[in-house]
Design a protein around this ligand. Structure first.
Ligand code: GTP
Ligand code: MG
Length: 341
């Protein structure tokens, strides 16, 4: 399947772009209004992989065709449900994904899951270049915030961006040295901040305003401790930052859903999944995104700092749930090569 997004001033123009690029067979998966930009339409085009069709839809007899279609739907629902259950996705989220997938009338489980994820979840990667709002990394103790800060700083340096790192994790033994080890290697400033007023004062400095990116690493917090959450709220409220919940894969889905809801109360609308390399159950991440109403930024899939950020979109997320078979991957490579010829 090919999944492509088109942005245009009007819906009519976007639909024309879909048709011009993907043809009349394209299926509209989602539409979003983007303030000041226009309309973004994501469309899917199924590329049939020989031997992967589950049901036949070319019967002459209508009744037989109906049976084949409903068998196909059952098979799709069953396969998607199975993989999501293996990932400990909560039942209500599975129901939503399956009904969205079936509503899109796609013919293979992988394609249907991909389209449903695109439809239900948002993917908003943080730009690697240009001036952006300071990001503030929040999350449970050990979620991967400091490593994420080092990864974003490394990416910025590699891209010749002017970057600074701030830590508010100054009370805990080892909090600062861990980050300092990275910033020293990168030759990047590390500011230590003890309270919200200090962060406000730091970000207001002329020399700091010139940075393309500022990354703020926070200490781990317990989202169910009112006092700790109030402290974080004071930080968020005192400055104009993009707060991001760093969340590790492999956690219980109900637990993660409640954690994300607690962070969403602070106005957090983005989450960065970590430990994608070692988590065997990603239900917690889907649950967090859904229950907290959060968009996925990049993810973390390695302990290594360089190249440590992975783009996330519906296709990549689907690969974590339903890894492509060798035959599908080879078919895609051949097709891409043919298209490039
Ligand atoms: N394999 C793997 N390890 C990771 C990943 N992200 C973080 N880690 C490891 O998880 C551990 C905790 O990461 P930190 O970045 O220190 O976590 P933190 O959220 O800053 O922790 P606190 O500051 O104590 O709250 C470290 O050993 C990291 O190397 C990942 O994506 N994959
Ligand atoms: Mg840390």
């Amino acid at each position: 399947m090919r999944l492509k997004s088109f942005t245009a001033k009007t819906m009519k123009q976007a639909m024309q772009m879909v048709r011009d690029s993907l043809g009349d067979e394209a299926i509209i998966v989602s539409t979003h209004e983007e303030k000041g930009v226009g309309v973004r339409v994501t469309a899917a085009l199924e590329t049939q992989v020989p031997g992967f069709e589950i049901g036949q839809t070319d019967h002459e007899n209508d009744w037989l065709q109906y049976d084949a279609e409903s068998d196909n739907e059952d098979a799709i629902a069953e396969e998607i449900t199975d993989v999501l259950l293996k990932h400990a996705v909560p039942a209500d989220t599975i129901d939503m994904i399956v009904s969205t997938a079936l509503g899109l009338e796609l013919t293979t489980p992988r394609v249907a899951l991909m389209a449903a994820l695109e439809h239900m979840f948002s993917f908003e990667p943080l730009p690697s270049k240009g001036k952006s709002k300071p990001i503030m990394l929040l999350g449970l103790p050990g979620a991967g915030k400091t490593l994420a800060a080092a990864k974003f700083a490394t990416r910025a340096v590699v891209n010749d961006q002017h970057v600074a790192v701030v830590t508010t994790d100054v009370k805990r033994a080892g909090g600062v040295p861990q980050l300092e080890a990275f910033t020293k290697l990168l030759g990047v400033d590390l500011a230590k901040v003890r309270k919200p007023e200090e962060l406000k004062e730091y970000l207001a400095r002329d020399e700091v305003k010139k940075f393309d990116q500022v990354i703020i690493d926070m200490p781990g917090i317990n989202p169910f401790d009112a006092e700790e959450m109030r402290d974080v709220m004071r930080y968020i409220a005192s400055v104009d930052v993009l707060p991001i919940m760093v969340a590790q894969g492999g956690m219980d889905a109900d637990e993660m859903g409640e954690i994300a809801k607690a962070f969403s109360v602070l106005g957090v609308e983005h989450m960065m999944p970590t430990r994608l390399d070692m988590a065997r159950r990603l239900g917690g991440l889907l649950s967090a995104a859904e229950k907290g109403g959060m968009a996925f930024t990049q993810g973390s899939h390695t302990e290594a700092v360089a190249d440590g950020l992975t783009e996330l979109n519906a296709e990549i997320l689907t690969n974590y749930f339903m890894p492509q078979t060798k035959q599908e991957a080879e078919y895609k490579v051949k097709k891409t090569t043919r298209q490039g010829e």
